[in-house]
Design a protein around this ligand. Structure first.
Ligand SMILES: Cc1cc2nc3c(=O)[nH]c(=O)nc-3n(C[C@H](O)[C@H](O)[C@H](O)COP(=O)(O)O)c2cc1C
Length: 166
């Protein structure tokens, strides 16, 4: 079947999701710890690196997300990229954003909680926000990065999880 035959209206949410769902991504838990509040994490796959010099990264959060004001108050975030055995964390932080003691964390430069079990981490200071339709784009200055070399990524594709083929 050609692209012509499958052309769809982008304002149809199902066609939009099916189209962009064919872009395989990783999964991240984006975390923050606003002053005087508890630490929290939200599952996202809308992150990307933006710039090398200066080091910048962004993610997009639903403008109606309960967690959004917390990220704005915190002024920082950490992008914790998940390893292939961490689908449980992805599911958990899509629903409940409280970051408890059962998920070991440490603090690097920005003040955001860094998941010790993550595959890699970009620790960021919130630089700016931009309107993006029904989402908000949060741009961060990356102030510290780290990664493991002994694990593979969790993948997200077509609304489901996957792993790299061996
Ligand atoms: C794999 C995966 C990726 C997600 N990516 C995003 C995302 O990029 N942006 C977003 O706003 N929500 C994303 N979500 C949904 C959020 O995790 C969360 O459920 C939603 O923002 C509701 O948040 P709230 O409880 O703060 O209102 C994703 C969920 C899953 C399971």
């Amino acid at each position: 079947m050609s692209f012509i035959e499958t052309r769809r209206n982008p304002d149809d949410p199902a066609a939009f999701k099916a189209t962009f769902g064919r872009f395989a991504t990783g999964v991240s838990i984006v975390t923050c710890h606003p002053e005087g509040e508890g630490p929290m994490g939200v599952t996202i796959n809308s992150m990307t690196s933006v710039s090398l010099d200066p080091a910048l990264a962004l993610f997009c959060l639903d403008e109606g997300a309960k967690s959004l004001p917390h990220f704005l108050r915190a002024g920082h975030f950490a992008l914790n990229i998940l390893a292939e055995d961490q689908a449980d964390l992805s599911n958990r932080f899509a629903g409940n954003h409280a970051l408890g003691d059962d998920v070991p964390t440490e603090t690097w430069d920005s003040g955001a909680p860094v998941l010790r079990s993550a595959l890699s981490v970009a620790d960021c200071v919130l630089l700016d926000t931009y309107g993006g339709g029904d989402h908000v784009i949060l741009l961060g200055r990356v102030v510290r990065v780290g990664y493991r070399e002994d694990a593979a990524p969790l993948l997200y594709y077509g609304g489901g999880y996957g792993k790299l083929a061996p």
